[in-house]
Design a protein around this ligand. Structure first.
Ligand code: GLC
Ligand code: CA
Length: 562
């Protein structure tokens, strides 16, 4: 067996914070940095090692901070650079590291670089972005869709050209072909590293290199074309990342994770290679969909729930094929996904706690670095949405395109899709207690509070020894104490089962056996019938021979005689 190189970020558990929705310290209804600082002891109690902070830089907030207008400043809504420094010092004082979100596939259209760039065709910053002439009939240079609906090209009257924006019109793509752009990005990264931050989560980093002929893409919805074949893991992406690694990353001791929608295993092995010439790990998206039987093509929108049989081959493949070659990251939700207990588990009052613990077990015992999204440790659930309540640009634009403009589906269906998959499900305020606005703010919250807060909140969880919170705390502690959970080789078990996800992990004389029932019925499982090994965690106190009870999860650690 190949021995894995040790690294602190392989042994760590990461907690993701969406600052706008975490904790509001000054009553303006928007979460902020001081709110995070106040709640650091809560995270210390949970036991996490690292915070991934979603973007906190200056931004006009077209996409909640993923549109940056000044990379070396803090968004006014969130506080000041002094607040940031205080938060960083306080976190470090508690032994918690902080990883920043690096959004450099695009900037805001209000960034001074773009303001210059659009001012004239011969401006020195023109080539910082991707400008192309219209086609002869005046239409966009190609048919690519923006991820947030509509064309990926925006015509600019003043200079008579189109600029590329794979996301919103206010998120023009930077031109990584330009050496100066790369230098500027490396400079700002160095600036943050010198401040003492501990790493970067790199936003849509798989998209930074585009095929320079910009061909049309296949159209699935009959409206716009798919740019993925020409933008995902493009021709120079690895060259760019190796340059970034040489010039910045290799000079510090950082956690780096690339958000890599559309990435294949073959590509992931390059991004996150063992020699560490690019990044530490990537987020792949295969287990986030599409789902068999789903009524695609409305982009990502569907009401069909994923089934274990769809997920198993994906989860297993990423475990076994990266073994010894590249490091995995493990997640079931984040700020762009619905709540995992609603999507993959069962959020009914009867099964919410059991299934949230089952999913957590399943994920945290796999090989890779686990990520917890704020509120996941409480078993927070999806919300229901009216159009007026939606805040997310992706949802609002999708409704406009598919319902209002093109009548492809009716509004009720679109909202049902949002209830299932909308990003706003993850962005409702953190539920701290059962008081007004869930204790998130004393003001008017920027987005609706999920009415579930009366039941589901941090205060209640901390008072209940059987809560989802304490279960996560235990999972984290087990990882810190058992190298087999970090470094053990993964081996799938019970691959024919429709409802039980099971696997082994093996390191030297230790074997871990993990089994999780993804259904609300008893299921046969004989993995634990022999009495060897000790149970290290389970969401049931009593077990039954040959059976896993509804949403039961069990982990047994066996020590071999040597
Ligand atoms: C990433 C972010 C998402 C954002 C998009 C554009 O996918 O996670 O929130 O909207 O990039 O920056
Ligand atoms: Ca605030």
């Amino acid at each position: 067996m190949e021995q894995e190189k040790r690294a602190w970020w392989k042994e760590a558990v990461i907690y993701q914070i969406y600052p706008r929705s975490f904790a509001d310290s000054n009553g303006d209804g928007i979460g902020d940095l001081n709110g995070i600082t106040e709640h650091l002891p809560y995270l210390k109690e949970l036991g996490i090692d690292v915070i991934w902070l979603c973007p906190v830089y200056s931004s006009p907030n077209d996409d909640n901070g993923y549109d940056i207008s000044d990379y070396r400043n803090i968004m006014e809504d969130f506080g000041t650079m002094e607040d940031f420094d205080r938060m960083l010092a306080a976190a470090h004082g508690l032994g918690i590291r902080i990883v920043m979100d690096l959004v450099v596939n695009h900037s805001s259209d209000e960034h001074p670089w773009f303001v210059e760039s659009r001012s004239s065709r011969d401006n020195p910053y023109r080539d910082y972005y991707i400008w192309r002439d219209p086609r002869p009939d005046g239409s966009a240079p190609n048919n690519w869709a923006s991820s947030f609906s509509g064309s990926a090209w925006q015509f600019d009257e003043k200079t008579g050209q189109y600029y590329l924006h794979l996301f919103s019109r206010k998120q023009p793509d930077l031109n990584w072909e330009n050496d100066k752009v790369r230098e500027k990005v490396f400079d700002l990264m160095t600036w943050w590293c010198d401040k003492g931050i501990d790493g970067f989560r790199m936003d849509v980093i798989s998209l930074i290199s585009k095929v320079q002929t910009f061909p049309d893409g296949i159209s699935y919805d009959g409206l716009y074309g798919d740019s993925a074949p020409y933008t995902v893991s493009g021709p120079r992406v690895h060259e760019f990342l190796r340059e970034m690694n040489r010039k910045v990353l290799s000079r510090y001791d950082l956690l780096t994770v690339g958000e890599a929608a559309g990435v294949t295993i073959q590509e992931a092995m390059k991004y996150a290679n063992q020699d560490q010439t690019e990044l530490g790990m990537v987020f792949h998206f295969e287990h986030m969909g599409p789902i068999s039987g789903a009524d695609i093509p409305l982009g990502k929108w569907t009401t069909v729930k994923p089934a274990l049989k769809d997920l198993r081959p994906i989860l297993n493949k990423w475990q076994t094929e990266l073994e010894g070659r590249a490091w995995n990251s493990l997640y079931l939700d984040n700020h762009d996904q619905p709540r995992c207990v609603s999507r993959f588990g069962n959020d009914s009052p009867r099964w919410r706690v059991k299934s949230a613990k089952m999913l957590a077990t399943c994920l945290h015992m796999m090989k890779g670095t686990p990520y917890i999204y704020q509120g996941e440790e409480l078993g927070m659930v999806n919300c229901t949405w009216t159009l007026d309540e939606c805040r997310d640009i992706e949802e609002i634009n999708a409704y406009q395109q598919y319902v209002t403009d093109h009548h492809m589906v009716d509004g009720a269906y679109m909202l049902a899709c949002f209830n299932e998959l909308g990003r706003d499900n993850a962005r409702t305020p953190m539920q701290w207690d059962d008081g007004p606005n869930a204790g998130f703010t004393v003001g008017q919250p920027w987005i609706k509070v999920n009415p579930s807060y009366k039941e589901i909140n941090a205060k209640a969880a901390l008072a209940d020894p059987d809560s989802v919170f304490y279960y996560y705390q235990k999972l984290i502690k087990l990882r810190h104490e058992n190298p087999v959970i970090v470094y053990g080789v993964f081996e799938p078990l019970m691959e024919d089962s429709e409802t039980v996800y099971a696997y082994k992990r093996k390191l030297n004389d230790k074997i871990l056996v993990v089994a999780c029932n993804w259904s609300d019925r008893d299921q046969p499982c004989n993995l634990f019938d022999r009495a060897d090994g000790i149970e290290i965690i389970s969401n049931y106190d009593l077990h039954r021979m040959g059976i896993l009870q509804p949403y039961e999860a069990r982990v047994v650690l066996i020590t071999l005689d040597t």
